[in-house]
Ligand binder design. Structure first.
Ligand code: ADP
Ligand code: MG
Length: 707
């Protein structure tokens, strides 16, 4: 496969979507009435019938075969946060010893991956290992190509034999329905007769690191855990900030071109790319699209980053904190709501009606974020992200909303029943209700320290971890906003005077929840204290925040919108706890192995060499004190490293035998992690004083600065 495309011969417009079974392809390949049916299914207006599925399957098969596909797979999002696939070939033997290429509607709608080893958190007994996958019509099928062939990938939902959601897609789809239902109720009450459905739009910015493969291959920690468990900072860190938006190195630029091309082929709209703050850290952002497509696209982005990097002799690190002492990686989840007829509900408009609508929907988001802050925090919780959130880094673990001055003032004035506004400026737009202040157009000033920022016509949720699926954060956000909108709708539907009702709703809601709005520096010490005074939760780690998933309010929220049942929430809670424990367990295990089998032997023989050198120098009457001193210091630190490693092994054994999932995760968090820090500090101190040649692993200098 030659990846270099000559865009003068094949324009981007031709490359784009060439491996995507988009609506455009379906329109070409399906009978008109069948295509219309599929559009109706996508819009949630109809159920998919077997007849329609037969047409779709045949068209999909012919299209895929024409592109050289031999296999198809139902591509789904298990709770591991990764994507999973099981491949079947299209072949079907004939009586005379040949094959034909077949793919039926049944196979399209429903596959049976028998995925008994995916985590199900007790929802699926081992004797009933079957899980079913069902075609997600809202996200287009696409082709995956590599040197050996082509596979048709069908975005899929994954459910148990008893109908429980076993993946991240099913609840996402349900949350989208819930949000649409409630938002439409509000819009109807506001007099909108035309919109039929509200969709959420999502545009995730993806951060990642690249390291040279030759160094990566020598680091068991990177290979097995995705992050360095040892490593001391070189003389230069990110303090010069010369990397951010700097010119791309040629090697990286070539990599990015191929990455873009690969993504364009499958219909992922890679748009923006640049250097990030930390050395060898980068970002890619597509153009926003509907939530399901964006969620699938982001999984493809992560996978394509990895595969493309490998073809260029590099390894991509998607971990939230691959390196201590430099910025970690996140995913900025840009989110908004839009009607099917194209109105962004978070866009301040140009007439009184649209501004009332804007304020109402924005108020709903503020209330949802305040009421369900812990849930949103939990949606971004993972062992990896704990190194970012609540550690001295962006963003803090406290959920707050950045509004910017003008918008805050408008809401404050509504809440405080003030009519005037201090904000001057020519760009003002009127609200329908005369007693409300006018609205300045440009409300999009920037604050990079906020975990949830209003950026003009959307919110940007910045807590999300770089390696995680964005399905869960969006599912929780959609459901929380759906709940508040349903309460707004209850009031509005009953109201005699709509204008007064709108004002009352905004005033009451914002008065209660304005505490979550904070425009200052989210990284400051003062904010931590101020947030505490305001009663905002500040939960710094995964284990402490996950229990919110099974609390009464949470269960009520998800059950009332039919997004997740109590059982499903409990199973997810267990799976996430186990995932946390497993992650720390692997990291600790790798640490012990590296410390014991490589670092300790290397440093003690280096200390021995120094001691021999000192003795030899002394024997000729030369100065030998520096060698002796250094040997002693290394011996001292090695002894500590030895002890700490033994200690780590012991606490690890203690953690491994704890039965209860929560209690076990707690032991990893409270006992294992602090000892890991102890091991690391000794090894990192040793790295600084041991000869470069004696150190057994590539250093941060090589990992972060050489490409
Ligand atoms: P920045 O880095 O300044 O936040 P970027 O341009 O890198 O901005 O990313 C902004 C992201 O937000 C893009 O993916 C963009 O498509 C997305 N976006 C823009 N408008 C919306 C919207 N209405 N809903 C969801 N995402 C949006
Ligand atoms: Mg951003």
């Amino acid at each position: 496969m030659n990846n270099a495309i000559d865009f003068t011969k094949t324009p981007v417009t031709e490359v784009y979507g060439s491996n995507c079974f988009s609506n455009a392809v379906m329109r070409e390949r399906l009978p008109k009435n069948i295509f219309k049916e599929i559009l109706a299914v996508q819009a949630g207006e109809k159920e998919l019938t077997l007849e329609v599925a037969e047409f779709a399957a045949a068209a999909m098969r012919d299209w895929a075969l024409s592109k050289g596909a031999t296999h198809y797979t139902h591509w789904f999002h298990p709770l591991t946060g990764l994507t999973a696939e099981k491949h079947d070939s299209f072949i079907s033997p004939t009586a005379d010893g040949r094959v034909i290429m077949e793919f039926s509607g049944k196979e399209l709608i429903k596959g049976e991956p028998d995925a008994s080893s995916f985590p199900s958190g007790g929802l699926r007994a081992t004797f009933e290992a079957r899980g079913y996958t069902a075609w997600d019509v809202t996200s287009p099928a696409f082709l995956k190509q590599d040197l050996t062939g082509t596979t048709l990938c069908i975005p899929t939902a994954f459910i148990s034999y008893y109908g429980h959601a076993l993946d991240k897609k099913v609840p996402l789809l349900k949350s989208l329905d819930a949000l649409s239902t409630e938002a439409i109720r509000v819009l109807k009450a506001l007099g909108n007769e035309t919109s039929k459905r509200v969709i959420t739009t999502v545009g995730p910015e993806q951060e990642y690191f690249l390291v040279d493969k030759q160094f990566y291959d020598q680091r068991p920690d990177l290979i097995l855990t995705g992050r360095t468990v040892f490593g001391s900072m070189p003389a230069k860190g990110q303090e010069m900030e010369d990397h951010y938006f700097g010119a791309l190195k040629e090697r990286v630029s070539i990599f990015m071109r191929e990455l873009n091309t690969e993504l364009w082929k499958v219909g992922v709209s890679a748009k923006t790319q640049h250097n990030e703050v930390a050395p060898n850290q980068f970002e890619i952002a597509p153009i926003f699209t509907t939530a399901t497509v964006a969620v699938d696209a982001n999984q493809m982005v992560m996978e394509t980053i990895r595969n493309t990097a490998r073809r260029h002799g590099m390894e991509a690190l998607l971990h939230e904190k691959p390196f201590d002492g430099v910025n970690g990686s996140g995913k900025h989840n840009n989110w908004s709501m839009a009607t099917d007829d194209g109105v962004n509900l978070l866009e301040p408009g140009e007439n009184p009606e649209s501004n009332a609508r804007f304020l109402l929907f924005t108020a709903a988001v503020v209330e949802a974020v305040d009421r369900y802050a812990l849930l949103l925090r939990a949606s971004a919780a993972s062992a990896g992200n704990d190194h970012r959130l609540g550690a001295n880094e962006a963003p803090p673990a406290i959920i707050s909303i950045f509004f910017g001055g003008p918008l805050t003032e408008i809401f404050d004035n509504i809440a405080d029943r003030k009519t005037g506004t201090k904000t001057g400026g020519a760009h003002r737009i009127k609200l329908g209700v005369t007693s409300l202040p006018t609205l300045p157009v440009d409300v999009s000033d920037r604050n990079r320290t906020s975990p949830f920022a209003f950026t003009g016509n959307k919110f940007e949720f910045r807590m999300v971890g770089s390696s995680q699926s964005i399905a869960t954060p969006n599912t929780y956000l959609n459901t929380a906003v759906a709940q508040v909108l349903s309460e707004f709708a209850d009031t509005l539907e009953k109201a005699k005077d709509k204008n007064t009702a709108i004002q009352d709703i905004i005033r009451e809601s914002y008065s209660k929840h304005r505490r979550v709005v904070f425009n200052g520096n989210g990284y400051s010490e003062e904010w931590v204290l101020e947030a505490e005074r305001r009663g905002l939760p500040n939960v710094r780690n995964t284990v402490d925040v996950l229990p919110v998933m099974t609390q009464k309010d949470t269960v009520a929220l998800f059950e009332s919108h039919k997004v997740l049942t109590k059982d499903e929430l409990e199973s997810r809670y267990h799976i996430y706890l186990e995932k946390y424990s497993k992650q720390i367990n692997i990291e600790a295990g790798v640490m012990i192995d590296m410390a014991r089998r490589s670092i300790f032997p290397a440093v003690s023989s280096y200390a021995g060499d120094l001691a021999k050198d000192a003795a030899a120098l002394a024997s000729i009457g030369a100065v030998s004190a520096p060698q002796e001193k250094r040997a002693k210091r290394i011996a001292e630190l090695s002894a500590e490293l030895y002890d700490e490693t033994a200690k780590l092994e012991k606490v690890l054994e203690e953690a491994q035998v704890v039965e209860d999932a929560f209690a076990q995760a707690k032991v990893y968090q409270e006992k294992v992690i602090p000892v890991m820090d102890g091991v690391r500090s000794r090894a990192d101190a040793l790295e600084k004083i041991v000869s470069k040649c004696a150190w057994p692993y590539p250093t941060y200098e090589e990992l972060l600065f050489k490409l």
